[in-house]
Design a protein around this ligand. Structure first.
Ligand code: ATP
Ligand code: MG
Length: 361
């Protein structure tokens, strides 16, 4: 009997390549930890569309519900962008469908600086070398999903509209995630909103403040999102966990990524509950399917490997294994195993081999 079951979805473009590399690391890491994993593979998004005429099969949703964790390579590509199938926004995107079906509402995007890669960032020496920012994004509500939404004609002109809305339960659960996450880190939480100009953010701020009473050990700061963006770039070292709604979290997580220097290095997790115990989650690199380099074996798999580390931490509750994987990735980078996006000549496989060698060392 396996200790944990994992659903692996390669997706599109470089997705299957970076996922295969990350699965090699997963196998070695689980062997070292003395646990057995049952890993099932399936198709998602474009690959699923080509094979089954849907971006995410019901069977895939069922398998994801049964698994302890879901690993994803990358999804999407221009060939599927304009396909419209009946249903809400989540039906147009396999990954979004999965997140919605699993209620994976807590999006974690860590961005840390790698001192040896500082030349890839725009920061002045000393300003961001040890930056380590975790952006927590609400993933299943807000303006991306709330209704009414649509396009129509009003007074003879085209009119498009969306609704920014949250109920207090949605805000409270992401707030709990933020405080619990801050507890496992430096104990500082920034909540970014626009409570100065929007009602849904006034409620956001009020509910976050109420939840804060349960976490006296965490320092909460409310910031307006625009100022938060400015401060994150001005003094990146002063930030620990930054939390925002679906829209603000989207912007701030890409912004935080600047401290790391490369898109290919960034992992992410979408958890179906609060961090701190063992929680089901969907793990994937931040980058897209990179059709321009797909099939060449040169994609950087570090973001996917670091997503595996997040899986060990949050879904398998083995943080020590997560730290070992992160350290192995760091040593592989420091010893010069750099893929072309980082100015080197390492291949996807070559980098994964360097990481597994470091893990075993
Ligand atoms: P999406 O809309 O899914 O975010 P995108 O087209 O905006 O996709 P990516 O697919 O992430 O963005 O690609 C952006 C650029 O970064 C491309 O030039 C791509 O080759 C490069 N890139 C992305 N991921 C990697 C990676 N893992 N290794 C090397 N280069 C990458
Ligand atoms: Mg993109």
């Amino acid at each position: 009997m396996a200790d944990f079951s994992i659903l692996a979805l390669g997706g599109d473009g470089i997705g299957p390549e970076v996922l295969a590399a990350a699965l090699d690391v997963t196998e070695v890491a689980s062997g070292l930890a003395g646990i057995r994993l049952d890993i099932a593979e399936d198709l998602l998004h474009g690959a699923a569309w080509e094979a089954h005429g849907t971006f995410c099969r019901e069977e895939t949703v069922t398998a994801a519900r049964a698994a302890d964790a879901v690993l994803v390579g990358a999804v999407g590509g221009p060939e599927w962008d304009d396909i419209r199938v009946p249903g809400g926004p989540e039906m147009q995107d396999g990954l979004m469908r999965l997140r919605k079906a699993l209620d994976a509402y807590a999006g974690l995007r860590p961005a840390r600086a790698w001192p040896e890669l500082g030349r890839f960032t725009p920061f002045r020496a000393g300003l961001a070398e040890r930056a380590d920012i975790m952006v927590l994004r609400e993933m299943t509500g807000g303006v991306m999903f709330a209704s009414p939404r649509g396009q129509e004609r009003r007074a003879g002109r085209r009119y498009g509209f969306d609704t920014a809305a949250y109920d207090e339960g949605e805000i409270a659960r992401i707030a709990h995630s933020g405080f619990r996450l801050a507890r496992t880190r430096k104990g500082r939480l920034v909540s970014a909103d626009k409570a100065n100009v929007m009602e849904s953010y006034k409620l956001w701020r009020a509910v976050v403040t109420e939840v804060a009473a349960e976490y006296p050990d965490v320092t909460l700061t409310h910031m307006y999102a625009d100022n938060c963006a400015f401060q994150m770039m001005r003094t990146p070292l002063s930030f620990d966990v930054v939390m925002g709604c679906n829209l603000i979290g989207d912007f701030l997580s890409d912004l935080a990524a600047v401290v790391s220097g490369s898109l290919g290095l960034l992992p992410s997790a979408c958890l179906c509950g609060s961090p701190g115990g063992r929680v089901k989650g969907i793990y994937e690199p931040v980058h897209g399917s990179a059709p321009d380099i797909a099939g060449q074996g040169i994609a950087n798999p570090a973001g996917t490997i670091l997503s595996v580390a997040m899986m060990f931490e949050h879904s398998l509750a083995l943080p020590a294994v997560a730290r070992r994987i992160e350290a192995a990735v760091e040593r592989a980078l420091v010893s010069g195993h750099l893929t072309p996006d980082l100015g080197g000549t390492a291949t996807t496989r070559g980098f994964a081999d360097a990481v597994t060698a470091e893990l075993r060392a």
